[in-house]
Design a protein around this ligand. Structure first.
Ligand SMILES: [Zn+2]
Length: 145
């Protein structure tokens, strides 16, 4: 009987872990596609991912800056998080250096915008791919009060 009791606890723990795993993976799955056009946010394109942040967490994710710019549901206080194209690290769009170059970041949208943390890296990309520095393309989005 005692043995069965331990087995029951073990079984409950396994079930709890499985449910927890499913809950977290389905949460990640809901952010696995672009909120605007449904394009899969493939890991290889994660450097182009843009997240709309609200109260410290992403409420919508996009496959590129062009999709994020077209998103209508931006509230006052929201902010945009982009990825540094060199490292893939998250970055506040307000602090990012944006470059428009001949490298297409999203073929479906014809998006050629690239974000970098470091302006020297951004300038290097611009030099190499005939790009030019552009103002934060997401600055206007989100100013609706
Ligand atoms: Zn998209």
């Amino acid at each position: 009987m005692r043995c069965g009791g331990w087995l029951g606890i073990w079984f409950a723990a396994v079930v709890a872990l499985a449910l927890y795993g499913r809950a977290t993976s389905s949460h990640a799955g809901s952010l696995g596609r672009c909120s605007l056009d449904g394009q899969t946010l493939a890991p290889i394109h994660q450097v182009y991912q843009v997240d709309l942040m609200r109260e410290g967490r992403p409420v919508a994710s996009f496959c590129c800056v062009a999709c994020a710019r077209d998103w209508p549901e931006v509230r006052a206080g929201d902010w945009w998080q982009v990825r540094d194209e060199l490292t893939g690290g998250p970055l506040d769009a307000a602090c990012a250096c944006f470059v428009e170059s001949r490298i297409v970041s999203n073929a479906a949208r014809g998006c050629r915008l690239h974000a970098f943390r470091d302006w020297t890296v951004a300038a290097g990309h611009a030099d190499e791919f005939q790009g030019k520095r552009v103002d934060n393309p997401l600055a206007l989005a989100g100013k609706t009060e």
